[in-house]
Design a protein around this ligand. Structure first.
Ligand code: FAD
Length: 466
């Protein structure tokens, strides 16, 4: 009788992206070992010690347009990207350290960012929508198949989008109609009638238009912890406080093992999603130096407006807090609004240290959003506003696309690197999982092409030839 050997797959990084991949690998019968340099999120931990998923606030949003491509040169929102890397946040740039402090890798990454041409950038933005929409199909299928995973995580369907400028609303309305994402465009009378909380914003000319679109929000910590418990129940081994430092490859490029806590370990398959913390660990891969960090901040204020029935996206003119996600959740039995926003380039640092002064600049912008759109809630937060603040760092790439790199191992398995999904890691996670499963089975998948780490060069030659 033929006895098929159970494949052991190592998962490095236990943020939401890899936890979702692990869930689907476990379903396919993979024996899993999950490794993270951070402590277990199931025990009390300091949020500054963990990655973006658990370090950020307990909320994430799925929409068709999540994962902004900051490189979209024609876009009004990111029109000043030529200057973003010239100055620190305090002086209207995106740097969290002075320009003179940037190392060679960071300078090279910034050169690559500027090298993306407008037609490429527009194509990349379209590719991101495609990935998000495909991922949405998988999210909704998953909800149907396994509704208990989505219970008790404050799942809220539908997104209310608010724009401070009418021109931005008109452009967004066109885009969301084209993507079949818009569910309702609202007249100003309807908005003020249904959402009296926005009368203040209207009175100071900060309400240019509103619509509702497809999407949802949930509590990402609660959801991810459910996944960890599920995986433990399936016999997965978790190794916390454990460092991966490099990939070993033989002369033909195949992976022979991973260095973990200074020892070489080998597995049938390896899946790495390191967030913004890859640093020098991926030196001998094409992904090396593509995954840099961008900082975002969170502010939690009481929700005094029970009539709010959708989580929100607010797009306002400004500098580093133009786009905010506002999520409705309950925390310790209290209804709260969680605002997440901000842009600060942290480079390729493994620890993503952040200058306190620049951090304040991003918080100021989010506070401005809270004061503009939820003035009473902001007032009611009082002194608690200082403890209700967090920040975390997400990975992003010069192209704005995520990364999906597959390298064969000596045992006919695959080492797969994913990441750089910017503000869309949660959104894209089921589709990333789908691509990992296909790749391990030796099948083709769209993500292998769209998020190939060599995509910029591939697109350049395509554009030239075309
Ligand atoms: C302010 C803000 C708002 C956001 N809002 C949204 C949203 O609404 N919707 C959305 O889709 N996305 C959103 N994102 C992005 C999303 O949160 C991230 O894309 C996602 O959390 C990334 O998950 P990840 O698993 O790739 O990385 P992470 O959560 O960062 O996990 C990476 C893990 O790898 C571990 N690790 C790294 N290096 C090593 C090593 N050498 N050895 C061992 N372990 C290692 C880290 O400790 C970490 O636990 C937001 C991001 C920010 C900052």
């Amino acid at each position: 009788m033929h006895l098929s050997k159970q494949k052991t797959t190592v998962i490095i990084g236990t943020g939401v992206v890899n936890l979702i991949t692990a869930y689907f690998l476990a379903k396919e019968g993979h024996q899993l070992v999950l490794i993270d340099k951070a402590p277990s999120p199931l025990s009390p931990y300091n949020w500054k010690e963990v990655g973006c998923t658990f370090g950020g606030e307990n909320v994430r949003m799925y929409t068709y347009t999540e994962a902004d491509n900051y490189n979209e040169k024609g876009s009004q929102l990111y029109s000043k990207m030529d200057e973003a890397f010239e100055r620190v946040i305090d002086k209207n740039g995106w740097l969290v350290r002075e320009k003179e402090m940037l190392n060679e890798w960071e300078q090279s990454w910034i050169r690559d960012f500027h090298a993306v041409r407008p037609n490429q950038a527009n194509q990349f933005a379209e590719d991101i929508y495609t990935i998000n929409i495909n991922s949405g199909h998988l999210w909704y299928k998953w909800m149907k198949e396994c509704p208990e995973l989505f219970e008790d995580v404050d799942y809220v369907p539908g997104i209310l989008r608010i724009y401070s400028e009418k021109e931005d609303f008109d452009a967004a309305r066109q885009l969301h109609s084209r993507l079949n994402s818009m569910t309702r465009a609202m007249s100003m009378e309807e908005v003020l009638d249904e959402y009296p909380v926005f009368r203040h914003a209207h009175s100071i000319n900060m309400l240019g238009g509103c619509m509702t679109t497809r999407g949802f929000t949930l509590k990402v910590h609660d959801f991810s912890k459910k996944l960890i418990r599920y995986l433990m129940g399936q016999g997965a081994e978790f190794r916390w406080n454990t460092h991966f430092s490099s990939i070993e490859r033989n002369e033909s490029g195949k992976v022979t093992g991973l260095v973990i806590n200074d020892k070489l370990e080998s597995y049938d398959n390896c899946v790495l999603s390191l967030g913004a913390y890859a640093g020098t660990t991926l030196l001998n891969t094409e992904t090396h130096n593509q995954l840099h960090g961008v900082l975002g901040v969170w502010l939690t204020i009481p929700n005094l407006h029970p009539e709010l029935n959708h989580s929100m996206k607010i797009h306002k003119i400004g500098h580093v807090g133009e786009d905010s996600n506002v999520t409705l959740i309950h925390e310790n039995g209290q209804a709260v609004l969680v605002l997440g926003s901000g842009y600060g380039y942290t480079g390729n640092a493994q620890n993503n240290e952040v200058n306190a002064k620049e951090l304040e600049g991003i918080f100021d912008s989010v506070i401005h959003t809270a004061q503009t759109y939820f003035p009473e809630s902001y007032e009611a937060a009082g002194d608690d506003i200082h403890v209700a603040r967090r920040y975390c760092v997400r990975g992003w790439t010069p192209t704005g696309l995520g990364v999906f790199e597959a390298i064969p191992t000596v045992d006919d398995g695959q080492l797969i690197i994913t990441g750089g999904n910017n503000t869309g890691g949660f959104t894209q996670a089921p589709y990333i999982a789908d691509a990992v499963l296909s790749t391990i089975k030796g099948e083709q998948h769209l993500m292998q092409h769209l998020f190939h780490p060599d995509r910029m060069k591939a697109t350049s030659s395509f554009v030239k030839e075309g």
